[in-house]
Design a protein around this ligand. Structure first.
Ligand code: DGJ
Length: 572
């Protein structure tokens, strides 16, 4: 090699190394930051609330297909789209990368003033391996698959292969390097989801020869050290398993965590009743079944995905998350939902094995929305919901998650199908976009909360500041609107002064009682309905009389979410 070429290569490598080292501590790029008890996504120096939606899996593979969608996303008041970038399309030939599609997505997103969260579909998508390039898919000698107990190969790359992990890592690092180069100053891309709903489907654990060997061996020291160091703060489900087996600090997987699935037992697609009893069917989806198998898989997925993420972050240090296909009724046993994915009972395994992952995120379609948000925010895990339902129910859940859990963002799945037609989402995202600066300013400091109200359900009372607020579902409405509210509505309350509140609500009445000096009676001093424009409150109607039932409650219209400002006073 000529000396000039050598110097050029050395200079380029040095520049790349310096650039990637800089991104590690660069607070000008999107990053997570603590704000009181909350964790916020900071974009261009300001906290950001993601009014997001996820595209269908294949949409972002064609810029042509995307063309008519962009304006619909904007019209739906989204500020962020979740879009797939797949390994097969960026590295069709080993080592030859093609980022034209990525660049096209960035260009269109910017032209529409939208941000992107990129979903890295690579080794796994929903427990299976479909998105790896053909040169990986067709070479199982080099890129081995997981096996079920009966010895059959599954259509799923095994976690226990350096070749699998390194090939994915190499491609992901190239993607992140490219993003740094083309977006490191523009910040269109906010976060990255690494893989999609990982875990093994079809059996409780990988039974390939290499996996069997690892399973028969000792629990890795790094994991044991983590458990010992975090013994008092472990997720209770995991701590219980460890306790039941005597808090051993060394041993094989089954010595430390107990026995796995009984030999020869096949895992059904769904856990119905039978094979479960009625009782188990109702309750079994909250329990751990053969925990050692799921713990073993969680550790191995976390190690693999953690390494992929770390290599990507070394190139461009964006926040990274993984998403979970949840354990649920009909899918109670590991293997009927992906075994080893980041479900709540194995969050510690993910924290220990994948420190480069910032957020463990739920794909939240189940009716137990509040319970799952609670289980996903234990141990300070920030809440970001990359997949959920839209419609009135989804919108209520989103508002509640913003108010109660300081959620970073909410993203119903499949926006292609309902962009333009889901008026519930459009109206709610409009209201949230108006009030987002206030929500963000109040995150994490105890001055904001929210309730969910179901038709026919009990009223909800919360204490906020100097008052107790009781919210009651109400289908009555005055002021020119008479729709029946949907079955579920949300109320979000922000305390803006000793006697002042800003409230988003719908189809509900809100009553106040004094929490300090409880013998005081509380009256409504002034009630305004209005909108925010450019962060400034623009009052509309002054509400009183029939619009404030019994002259002591706020009444929220039933047809859509609206914002009210209330000032209270006390009398004796
Ligand atoms: C969950 C997956 O994560 C998504 O990619 C998508 O396949 C949806 N399910 C479909 O409902």
């Amino acid at each position: 090699m000529k000396i000039q070429s050598f110097l050029l290569i050395a200079l380029c490598s040095l520049a790349a190394l310096t650039a990637s080292a800089q991104t590690r501590n660069d607070l000008s790029i999107p990053h997570l930051e603590k704000h009181g008890m909350a964790t916020q996504l900071i974009v261009d120096g300001k906290p950001f609330l993601a009014r997001a939606a996820e595209l269908n899996n294949s949409s972002a593979s064609s810029l042509e297909y995307m063309k008519p969608l962009w304006p619909k996303l904007v019209a739906a008041h989204l500020n962020t789209g979740l879009a797939t970038v797949s390994w097969e399309l960026i590295e069709p030939e080993q080592g030859k990368f093609d980022f034209r599609l990525v660049d096209g997505l960035l260009k269109e997103a910017r032209a529409n003033d939208l941000h992107l969260v990129i979903l890295w579909f690579a080794s796994w998508k929903n427990g299976k391996s479909n998105y790896q390039p053909l040169w990986v898919k067709t070479n199982q000698e080099r890129f081995p698959l997981a096996c079920s107990e009966d010895g059959k190969s599954m259509p799923t790359l095994t976690t226990l292969s350096d070749a699998n992990r390194d090939a994915d890592t190499h491609a992901f690092a190239a993607l992140m390097r490219h993003l740094r180069e083309v977006d490191g100053k523009k910040h269109t891309v906010l976060m990255i989801q690494v893989e999609n709903e990982v875990g093994l489907l079809g059996d409780t654990r990988d039974y390939s020869p290499v996996a069997n060997q690892a399973f028969a061996g000792p629990v890795p020291k790094e994991l044991m050290d983590y458990l010992v160091a975090h013994k008092d703060t472990l997720i209770p489900e995991l701590r219980d398993v460890w306790a039941t087996n005597g808090f051993k600090t060394a041993g094989t997987w089954t010595e430390v965590f107990g026995p796995g699935k009984p030999a020869g037992m096949a895992i059904p697609v769904r856990t119905l009743s039978p094979p479960l009893t009625e009782q188990e069917h109702e309750t079994g989806w909250r329990n751990l079944h053969w925990p050692v198998d799921e713990i073993f898989m969680a550790w191995n997925y976390a190690r693999y995905v953690g390494q992929v993420a770390a290599a990507g972050k070394a190139e461009y240090n964006l926040p990274m998350f993984v998403n979970a296909w949840l354990q649920q009724r009909d899918h109670a046993w590991p293997g009927t939902y992906p075994s080893g994915g980041p479900v709540p009972q194995v969050h510690d395994l993910w924290r220990a094995g994948a420190p480069a992952i910032d957020i463990l995120a739920p794909d939240l379609y189940v009716p137990e929305f509040e319970e799952l948000c609670g289980r996903f925010t234990r141990s300070g895990n920030p809440l970001f919901i990359p997949e959920s339902r839209a419609g009135a129910q989804g919108v209520a859940n989103a508002i509640w998650a913003f108010g109660t859990h300081d959620a970073i963002g909410f993203s119903p799945f499949g926006i292609d199908r309902f962009a333009g037609s889901d008026l519930e989402l459009i109206h709610a995202y409009d209201v949230i976009s108006q009030i987002a600066p206030l929500i963000l300013a109040h995150q994490g400091d105890g001055t904001m909360t929210s309730v969910l109200l179901d038709n026919g359900g009990a009223p909800q009372t919360v204490r906020l500041g100097n008052y107790n607020l009781e919210a009651r579902f109400s289908s009555r409405s005055f002021g020119g609107v008479s729709n029946t509210p949907p079955e579920r509505v949300a109320g979000l309350f922000i305390s803006t002064g000793p006697d002042d509140y800003v409230i988003i609500g719908r189809g509900m009445n809100v009553y106040f009682t004094a929490a300090t000096n409880p013998s005081d009676s509380v009256g409504l001093a002034t009630v305004e309905e209005g909108v925010y424009a450019g962060g400034k409150w623009i009052p509309g109607r002054r509400l009183n009389g029939d619009e404030t039932p019994e002259w002591k409650a706020l009444r929220f219209r039933s047809d859509t979410y609206s914002i009210q400002h209330v000032k209270l006073y006390r009398y004796h």
